[in-house]
Design a protein around this ligand. Structure first.
Ligand code: SF4
Length: 344
């Protein structure tokens, strides 16, 4: 297994060398929130000029948790695609596509599933945490499908948060086993650890739709204000005049992302008590709305032209399939299961 990682503030690959490939995936959960935007999307947008990017909307992964309700997927996929493009992913530079429209994902998943043992998967923290509620074969095999997603494009790097790093090690491990068992086909992918701002939700927990504590990218300016007004703050600062502790406050964490000089114009006045929480939240609302306005405008334009969005997904699918078919030909040939291929 590889334990080499890099962060995106390290130098990017030498442009004279081979251009590397990145695979990024996101589940179709419907319209995204600012945690997704700041934690993943903005980073992908920054990477698309230096790497071959494959941005996959992983609908099959979504089914592992919610297999009884597939009819919601179409609209959710559409919303995620809209957010991808509105945030700045350029379909000319990166393939934006739906996982299940490239059936090679499932084929490689099956072939990879022979190379890993059930106890190894059973010990992964993400499975252990949820196995009480989700103990299906599909959920157990989720990281194997993830390994297939990555290796199908022979990706060099996968931008992830620290909590997903083990899954990238697993993908590299499976790719290495394949290479050793048959013939070298795969690069050993590495995590591209992303420096992401900590974005907490209105209840001071991780921002998540499932906690209903999130700020949707597509919220109106008024809705954004309303959500911010409901935000948890430093519990020791009850009223204006009380000294506050910005380092304990999720509103301040958002100022760190959206305000130009929070250390100079928010923290001192919070600490001294001069700034009250309501005024602080309204300053934040103004800055956040200003930053999100161009993305929201692009979003509503795209929603008016759904065919364009589905076309982007079709073009992405064709590009992804081309690359996937090429890699799968090598896989079948290495395994000697290309029965009608040339004699070797
Ligand atoms: S003034 Fe702002 S940073 Fe300070 S506790 Fe209130 S909301 Fe948080």
């Amino acid at each position: 297994m590889s334990d080499k990682t890099e962060t995106t503030d390290q130098p990017l690959p030498d442009p004279k060398k081979r251009r590397q490939t990145i695979l990024s995936g996101m589940q179709p959960t419907g319209a995204l929130h600012i945690g997704n935007l700041e934690g993943a999307l903005k980073n992908w947008v920054a990477l698309q000029d230096q790497y071959w990017m494959y941005c996959c909307i992983v609908d099959l992964h979504a089914l592992t948790a919610d297999w009884k309700n597939p009819k919601v997927l179409k609209d959710r996929i559409f919303q995620v695609a809209v957010d991808f493009v509105a945030a700045g992913l350029d379909p000319e530079k990166c393939a934006i596509f739906i996982q299940s429209e490239v059936p090679e994902h499932t084929e490689l998943h099956l072939l990879f599933s022979m190379l890993i043992t059930v106890p190894t998967l059973d010990r992964l923290p993400t499975y252990m945490e949820k196995k009480e509620h989700l103990n299906s074969y599909g959920f157990l095999g989720y990281p194997v499908l993830q390994a297939a997603d990555i290796c199908l494009y022979n990706a060099d790097k996968v931008p992830v948060g620290k909590d997903q790093e083990k899954h990238i090690w697993l993908a590299a491990d499976i790719a290495g086993r394949f290479n050793n068992t048959y013939r070298k086909v795969f690069n050993l992918p590495e995590a591209l650890l992303t420096k992401i701002p900590l974005i907490l939700g209105s209840d001071n927990r991780k921002m998540s739709k499932s906690y209903n504590n999130h700020i949707p990218i597509d919220a109106t300016e008024k809705q954004t204000e309303k959500i911010l007004k409901s935000y948890y703050t430093d519990p020791e600062k009850i009223r204006q005049g009380d000294p506050g502790h910005p380092e304990k406050c999720p509103v301040y964490l958002l100022h760190l992302v959206y305000s130009e000089d929070p250390a100079g114009d928010i923290a001192p006045d919070c600490k001294s008590g001069k700034l009250g929480c309501v005024d602080c939240k309204m300053k934040l609302a103004g800055r956040m709305n200003e930053t999100l306005r161009p993305i929201r405008d692009r979003r509503s334009e795209l929603e008016k032209h759904p065919d364009e969005v589905w076309d982007i997904l079709a073009v992405g699918r064709d590009r992804a399939r081309q690359r996937a078919a090429n890699v799968m030909n090598k896989v079948r040939s290495a395994m000697k299961i290309d029965y009608r291929g040339k004699k070797k």
